[in-house]
Design a protein around this ligand. Structure first.
Ligand SMILES: NC(=O)c1ccc[n+]([C@@H]2O[C@H](COP(=O)([O-])OP(=O)(O)OC[C@H]3O[C@@H](n4cnc5c(N)ncnc54)[C@H](OP(=O)(O)O)[C@@H]3O)[C@@H](O)[C@H]2O)c1
Length: 232
């Protein structure tokens, strides 16, 4: 399916703004959803995109924003204790066109098939972050897991992009990916945020990624370079 119009759910955040930029560069018509108070963060794009202010887990907001869109790029964030991530995923799955390409962001901690091999340090860090988040009731990592389970169970053309640790900086090109955390190519565990966004946007037109949960890493990272040297 050719992509002409794209909705970005969570457009005002760091990842979202990079996705807006990439989509405009590709000539897509862009609709962005963000909280009312964050609309000013999209000022530099205001004359080139349509902004729908509102909570991303509000089905009415999402229904309005995704109408007529061939693709929906969703920043899945587990804020608060009111099922923000799963509410957002449900609204996008329910209201987008049946054949719309749906791309969701999350981190390596999400597993599609339970075959990811996590280091002890990674598991300890996720457990600690989850515990602190529950204590202060600011973030609900379990709800991001629930959101992804819901997506994985759907027969819609989805892709869940699992980001490594992120850093800022100029682009290093399209990240490489693998099906499972623990695969040697991913060992460096670092991607530029601008390239995470690039991968999300490129996935819109990559049918090989339908029903995949690619774990990504910078193509310039040591592990990606080493893997390519071995493959050659
Ligand atoms: N940070 C990392 O190291 C990392 C690593 C791997 C994967 N990821 C994934 O990358 C994606 C983007 O994460 P990010 O850390 O880079 O952040 P980000 O792009 O800045 O996105 C944060 C999003 O959360 C929204 N938000 C912030 N506070 C909120 C609140 N109280 N209620 C509702 N929404 C709120 C922001 O909207 P406003 O503009 O309205 O504030 C924005 O859309 C996520 O899916 C995350 O799981 C992140």
């Amino acid at each position: 399916m050719s992509i002409k119009k794209v909705c970005i759910v969570g457009a005002s955040g760091k990842l979202g703004q990079y996705m807006v930029q990439h989509c405009l560069e590709r000539g897509y018509e862009v609709v962005g959803v963000c909280r009312e108070k964050s609309v000013p963060k999209l000022a530099e794009f205001a004359d080139r995109i349509t902004i729908v202010p509102g909570a991303t887990n509000d089905p009415e907001v999402i229904a309005k924003a995704v109408a007529g869109c061939d693709g929906v790029l969703t920043v899945l964030v587990p804020w608060g204790r009111q099922q923000y991530a799963s509410g957002t995923a449900r609204a996008v799955l329910q209201h987008s066109k049946p054949d719309a390409r749906l791309i969701f962001s999350c981190g390596w901690h999400i597993t599609k098939d339970g075959q990811d091999a996590y280091s002890k340090l990674f598991l300890r860090t996720v457990a600690l972050v989850g515990w602190i988040a529950r204590l202060f009731r600011v973030v609900d990592l379990d709800d991001q897991v629930a959101a992804c389970r819901h997506i994985f169970a759907s027969d819609r053309p989805w892709t869940v992009v699992r980001g490594s640790d992120l850093e800022e900086g100029p682009t290093e090109g399209l990240p490489v990916w693998s099906r499972h955390v623990g695969d040697p190519i991913l060992e460096s565990n670092m991607t530029r945020r601008i390239d995470f966004a690039l991968f999300m946007v490129a996935a819109l037109e990559d049918d090989a990624l339908v029903h995949e949960a690619p774990a990504i890493v910078s193509r310039a990272s040591d592990s990606a370079q080493a893997h390519r040297a071995v493959a050659a």
